[in-house]
Write a protein that binds this ligand. Structure first.
Ligand code: CP
Length: 314
C-alpha cells in the first residue's frame, strides 16, 4: 500500500496500517543510523522549517537531527526573536515562511488545531510537533515503536498511563495509537486528572495504582502539565507524589520485566523517583533516541517518500 499523506497532524486520523508503515520506515532509518555513514540524500535540496512556539528540547532537536540525516537544510524558528512579538499572526508567519521557499513546516503551538489549520492554509506539508492538549503524534509513534522493540506486537499487551492524562497531548496520541494497535490500556491517576469519560476512547480508567501496576507490562508516566492547568487539580505537588508518584515501593508492585517510560521532560521526585528514572528498567533515553528515526520517517513520508524505497536512499 503506498503512503499518500502529505501532513501528519494526529494519530486519530491514521489507520493501523499507516502506523505500521511509519514504524517500518523508522526501523529502516534506525538501521541506517547505526552505520558509520549516517546521512542519506533522501531530502537533499529541501528546506524544513521548525516552527516552535512553545519550549522544546527533545522534539525540536530530534526533528532537526532527522532533517540533517536526510540531507535537508533546516531552519529553526525562534518565536521570542520573531515578528510574532510585534503582533504578526500564525497565519501570516506561516505564509511568509512558505513564500521564503520552505518545503515542509514542523509546528509546535499551544493552540489545539493549529497544525490542521496550517495544513489547510498552506501548499506545503505540515507535521505536528504537539498542539495544546490535543495531540503529539510523533511522540506516540516513537513510544509505540519503543514498546514494540521490547514486547513485539502490542495486541493484548497491558499498558498503564499514569499521571496528568487530562492535560496531556502525549496521552491522547498514545491512547489513539495503542488502541489502534489493540493494546490493553489503563489510565491511572486522581479522578480530577483521569476522569471516567476517557473510557469512551476504548481504554480503562482506574484510581487504584497497586492493582493497575501489578498487571502492567509498560508503565508510562506523565508530568503534571502546570502550563495548561488554569486551576490546580489536586491539593499540592507533595500530595500528588504521595498518592501517585512512582517510588521504590510502588515499583516493587510491577512485574520485574515491566518497562518504565516517560516522554520527558521528567520532574524527578514528583511523578517518578530519580533512581527509577535512571534504573535498568527505564527506557526513557531509548525513547529519545528512537525519536530521530521516527521523525526521519515522518519527514521522508510526508515529503513524498515511500516506505519500501528507504533502502534505495542509502
Ligand atoms: N516529549 C517532548 O515533547 O519533549 P520536549 O517538550 O522537550 O520536546
Amino acid at each position: 500500500m503506498p503512503w499518500n499523506r502529505r501532513h501528519l497532524i494526529a494519530i486519530e486520523e491514521l489507520s493501523r496500517a499507516e502506523i505500521g508503515q511509519i514504524h517500518a520506515t523508522a526501523a529502516a532509518f534506525k538501521k541506517i543510523l547505526q552505520r558509520s555513514m549516517k546521512k542519506v540524500p533522501a531530502l537533499r535540496g529541501k528546506t524544513i522549517v521548525n516552527l516552535f512556539f512553545e519550549p522544546s528540547t527533545r522534539t525540536r532537536i530530534a526533528f532537526e537531527m532527522a532533517a540533517k540525516r536526510l540531507s535537508a537544510d533546516v531552519i529553526s524558528f525562534d518565536a521570542a526573536a520573531s515578528s510574532t512579538t510585534k503582533g504578526e499572526t500564525l497565519r501570516d508567519t506561516a505564509q511568509n515562511i512558505q513564500a521564503l521557499n520552505a518545503d515542509l513546516i514542523v509546528l509546535r503551538h499551544s493552540a489545539a488545531g493549529s497544525p490542521l489549520y496550517l495544513s489547510r492554509l498552506l501548499d506545503i506539508p505540515v507535521i505536528s510537533a504537539g498542539d495544546g492538549a490535543h495531540e503529539h503524534p510523533t511522540q506516540a509513534l516513537l513510544d509505540t515503536f519503543t514498546m514494540q522493540e521490547h514486547l513485539g506486537a502490542l495486541k493484548g499487551r497491558k499498558v498503564v498511563i499514569l499521571g496528568d492524562v487530562l492535560f496531556s497531548r502525549v496521552a491522547r496520541s498514545n491512547i489513539w495509537a495503542l488502541t489502534k494497535l489493540e493494546a490493553d490500556v489503563t489510565l491511572v491517576g486522581p479522578s480530577t486528572l483521569v476522569p471516567h469519560w476517557f473510557t469512551g476512547l476504548g481504554v480503562k480508567v482506574s484510581h487504584d495504582l497497586k492493582s493497575a501496576l501489578a498487571d502492567a507490562e509498560v508503565v508510562m508516566l506523565l508530568r503534571i502539565q502546570h502550563e495548561r492547568q488554569a486551576s490546580s487539580h489536586f491539593p499540592s505537588l507533595g500530595e500528588y507524589t504521595s498518592m501517585f508518584g512512582l517510588n521504590k515501593t510502588r515499583a516493587s508492585w510491577l512485574n520485574p520485566k515491566a518497562i518504565i517510560m516517560h516522554p520527558g521532560p521528567i520532574n524527578r521526585g514528583v511523578e517518578i523517583d530519580s533512581d527509577l528514572a535512571d534504573s535498568a528498567r527505564s527506557v526513557i533515553l531509548e525513547q529519545v533516541h528512537n525519536g530521530i528515526a521516527v521523525r526521519m520517517a515522518a519527514l521522508y513520508l510526508c515529503s513524498g517518500g515511500q516506505p519500501e524505497a528507504v533502502a534505495a536512499t542509502a
